[in-house]
Ligand binder design. Sequence first.
Ligand code: GLU
Length: 298
Amino acid sequence: MRRLVSLRSLGVLLAVLAMAFGAACGREGSPGAQPVAGVPVAQNVQVPGSPTFAAMQQRGRVILGVKNDQPGLGLQDPTSGQYTGFDVEIGRMVAAGLGFAPEQIEYRVVPSAAREDAISRGDVDMYVGTYTINDSRKQRVGFAGPYFVAGQDLLVRADDQSITGPQTLQGKRVCSATGSTPIQRVREQNLTQNVVEFQNYSQCVDALRSGQVDAVTTDNAILAGYAAQTPGELRVVGQVFSEEPYGVGLPRDDVALRNKVNDILQTAIDDGTWQRLYDQTLGQSGTPAPTPPTIERY
Ligand code: GLU
């Protein structure tokens, strides 16, 4: 009997500890402050000739631009404030490689259309959020990477058999995000006349669920996260029609920082960290990690 009681009180103690721990993690003012899984914070880092790095050091914090509504990639838990996802982990890993601990990261949510402005104005030091590297963006910002390659696809209601690929969109209402490469492609290739645009993909997904639009188009990695959130209701078509290499957005002329971030990404690919971060985030959906991309220095 005494044994039973002591076991029970142990259980109560554990429950109390778990609650206290949970509360500490979700404490206001420290959103996202959780350790990067096994990534040590580098010591005595120097990036000679990088004004962005100098500003981060002086501030003692990194301002990291992210998305907050893309499950598996960049998602903020509304209750705890914590950020999760592959993009966020890449950002934490890069910050650690630059000598900044997770609690020294300040997250700033920037939608697709505002990224070049946010980076070039210095509102963020770095940006990690499904950000496709391309030449026109390179006129205004710099990119380290790619650290992942996605491809444009379509998300439809599960019971809609009429949309099977980009060539079946004529007459359909298609939603995507302002300032994104997918919305640009829909227009350039004239895939439909009926384009609906919002700041965020989650708004497109709401419109799809309520029947206001017939499809959402963006990167397959993003769409897979929404499909997984609504089992049986939405489905990714699976006909990829572009290549979207994801880069870490940086101030355009900070070549020293770009080189350093490329070094950090390369090390993470070589030592298995990249694979582990993928497995803990996007990999949870059951899709095994692809071969890591080749870093493209320029
Ligand atoms: N990767 C595409 C882009 O950078 C679509 C995803 C996004 O809007 O973040 O435009």
